[in-house]
Design a protein around this ligand. Structure first.
Ligand SMILES: [Zn+2]
Length: 381
């Protein structure tokens, strides 16, 4: 007997009540090729990881040198050796004693396997000679063995005139000019994260493609209040790039605009001192595999492999350091597999879609996996 549309008595096996979005975990019925890539085809340098984090921070500002160590070297090296990861770059190495300690425990103890970046000492921002203090901090970090400078989205979205209150400080604020210059003079690349996914700047409502993620992390929303728009953040960033042509900027997360590869391409064409990494954005690249393939072809000398891997980072499955995470990245870059998960999670954590591999040729794969990184970091290949 045919069912009557709108009738409230459900047929056996059909839903009797509304299903909460959080409970919905559909399994794909697609019969698709599944290639397991256990080891990367070439040695890999993961330029974007977080092995240590600040022990004390408030409203996005790190307040002291002390570090938390998220994993010991042997735990990391086991995964690295299994997956053909030659080196991990720990971007959040902190500053002062915390930095020195981090370099000693990782880079120093296992040469060639770990590299560490320094971070700005924002807790001295209110001192009148901060620009000079910060530039000298870069020089000290260089002597201590730091390979580059990391800028978190703190600059542009959290740092305020009185540290945690007052007007937001712009990315191109002239007080940071001596810091950018010091990095240029010392050949230390600046790994910079500005802005965030474009959906984080729109209301957390039923039209938001990252609704679940923003609903789980309301503090990730930069919609409203006194936040600048994504476009304003990128413009301020670009003014800093233009003013410091001798400083190399590694713009993380596919130039912080993986949803708009036209924009990233324009900026790569405009700024010869700009490179990008892939970290935590294969979800974006892999949902536009043909456009992403063209992007890799055109900018093959300026794209670096990175994951944003964070040991025990269960809050953000797309960053959870481990064998599974690396296998997904390798599958995306090396195979033509279709419609697979971009993160080790039951529900895609950065938007409910799946991705397609881009099957890079060996010549590009080698550049992305390690050659571009060895050049930027000035380490031997
Ligand atoms: Zn990161």
């Amino acid at each position: 007997m045919a069912s009557i549309a709108g009738e409230s008595t459900a047929q056996p096996g059909s839903p009797a009540r509304a299903l909460a979005l959080a409970d919905y975990e559909p399994k794909s019925m697609l019969h698709a090729q599944q290639t397991r890539v256990e080891r990367a085809k070439f040695p890999v340098i993961d330029v974007h990881t977080h092995i240590t984090v600040s022990a004390k921070s408030e409203k996005g500002i790190d307040l002291g040198a002390e570090r938390l160590y998220l994993a010991k070297p042997d735990e990391l090296l086991r995964v690295m050796d299994a997956k053909n990861i030659r080196a991990m770059v720990n971007l959040t190495g902190g500053f002062d004693d915390g930095l020195v300690d981090t370099i000693r425990k990782y880079d120093g103890a296992f040469p060639g396997r770990f590299y560490t970046f320094v971070e700005p000492v924002y807790n001295r921002f209110l001192e009148p000679n901060y620009p000079q203090i910060q530039a000298e901090g870069i020089e000290r970090a260089h002597r201590a063995g730091a390979k580059g400078l990391k800028i978190l989205k703190t600059l542009g979205l959290y740092l305020r005139e009185n540290l945690t209150s007052g007007r937001l400080v712009r990315i191109d604020d002239p007080r940071f000019d001596p810091m950018w210059d010091a990095c240029g003079q010392l050949n230390m690349p600046v790994a910079i994260h500005v802005s965030d996914p474009i959906a984080f700047f729109t209301p957390t409502d039923r039209f938001n493609e990252r609704y679940e993620e923003l609903n789980n992390h309301p503090d990730w929303s930069f919609y409203g209040r006194d936040y600048p728009s994504n476009a304003e953040l990128i413009e301020a960033r670009n003014r800093a790039f233009a003013r410091h042509p001798k400083t190399q900027f590694l713009v993380l997360h596919v130039g912080n605009f993986a949803e708009n590869l036209d924009n990233v391409s324009e900026n790569l064409d405009r700024f010869p001192n700009m490179t990008v990494d892939l970290a935590a954005r294969i979800g974006e690249l892999g949902r536009q595999p043909r456009r992403a393939g063209q992007f890799f072809d055109r900018y093959q000398d300026r794209i670096l492999f990175g994951t944003d891997a964070t040991p025990h980072g269960v809050e953000t499955p797309q960053q959870l350091f481990g064998e599974k995470l690396y296998e997904i990245y390798f599958r995306f870059l090396e195979t033509a597999d279709e419609y697979f998960d971009y993160a080790p999670a039951n529900v895609p954590p950065q938007g409910r879609w799946r991705i397609y591999g881009i099957e890079l040729p060996d010549s590009i794969l080698e550049k992305v996996y390690y050659q571009n990184a060895t050049r930027l970091l000035r380490i031997s290949s």
